[in-house]
Design a protein around this ligand. Sequence first.
Ligand SMILES: [Zn+2]
Length: 76
Amino acid sequence: MPIRYKCRHCETEIGQLPLDSIDEHFLQKNDITVDEQELYIEHGASGDYTVQCICEECQSSLQKFPNYYALKKWIQ
Ligand SMILES: [Zn+2]
């Protein structure tokens, strides 16, 4: 079961990693540049993992229009 990286704003699948690449040092080893607060790992019922992060497109939109995304989050 792979780990899926998904944008939590537009739900675009950013990529996949094999599950054996996840361990307690997962975040450090992968040198993830996203702020820790922007990153969520969901452990699915079937043993799969979904890492919710932000794609480059949303990241740049977020920097340009932070108010728009804050609003959208509340509506959802
Ligand atoms: Zn996105």
